[in-house]
Write a protein that binds this ligand. Structure first.
Ligand code: GRF
Length: 215
């Protein structure tokens, strides 16, 4: 049975698109994008889902009194849809422990820096790249990690680095990291999860070799 994937979004959805494209190329292995859930009803990501024939649902933040209430509504929907893997791809709301209890080691996030640098509360979007340039790092990149209660602190699955160039602006660095890191890493991590190739022990994620097919 393929693993059923839900992608949670809030914005443009280029990482969602990278997953859709990887699925179209047959690269998500044993995974199937079953739904896209958005915290903003007019996110372009929902249009991408529609164009790809994937059911889209919106959970406007403003309709829930607390982050906990929003999380509970999302968990109900994820269960109803029989989701196995939850992918946060630019989801702009911090979710509460109800999600991680329901989906332990089955929620992954993509962050546009080399964690543990330039991450945590308030470090999102262009801020991440502004901080990296201000600090003067010579490499930056992206990280895919399992999500735990502590923001951006769960076990790391994959990381990829790019060089920072002297003339970089936050926008230019953001674009390079998306193109060269994020859009590649996220489909790879999803495919590994869907093939049961990620073993988690404490903070350490081990990538297991591919299973050989029975003859
Ligand atoms: C990406 O930079 C991702 O790393 C971060 O949010 C952004 C989402 O962009 N978590 P998009 O909506 O996938 O284009």
């Amino acid at each position: 049975m393929p693993k059923r994937i839900a992608v949670l979004v809030s914005g443009g959805g280029t990482n969602l698109q990278a997953l859709i494209d990887a699925q179209d190329r047959g690269e998500l292995a044993n995974g199937e994008i079953a739904a896209v859930l958005s915290s903003t009803p007019n996110a372009y990501a929902l249009e991408r889902a529609r164009l790809a024939g994937i059911p889209g649902f919106s959970f406007p933040k403003s309709q829930y009194p607390t982050a906990q209430a929003l999380t509970a509504a999302l968990v109900d929907k994820l269960r109803e849809l029989r989701i196995d893997l939850v992918v946060l791809a630019g989801f702009m709301t911090i979710l509460t422990r109800e999600l991680f209890q329901a989906y332990e080691n089955a929620v992954i996030n993509i962050h546009p820096s080399l964690i543990p640098s330039f991450c945590g509360k308030g470090c999102y979007g262009l801020h991440v790249h502004e901080k990296a340039l201000e600090y003067g790092v010579k490499v930056s990149g992206a990280t895919v990690h399992f999500v735990t209660e502590e923001c951006d602190a769960g076990p790391i699955i994959l990381q990829k680095a790019v060089e920072v160039q002297p003339e970089d602006t936050p926008e230019i660095l953001q674009r390079r990291i998306m193109e060269q890191c994020e859009w590649k890493l996220l489909p790879q991590a999803v495919a590994l999860f869907c093939q049961d190739r990620l073993a988690v022990e404490g903070r350490i994620v081990t990538i297991l070799p591919p299973k050989t097919q029975a003859m």
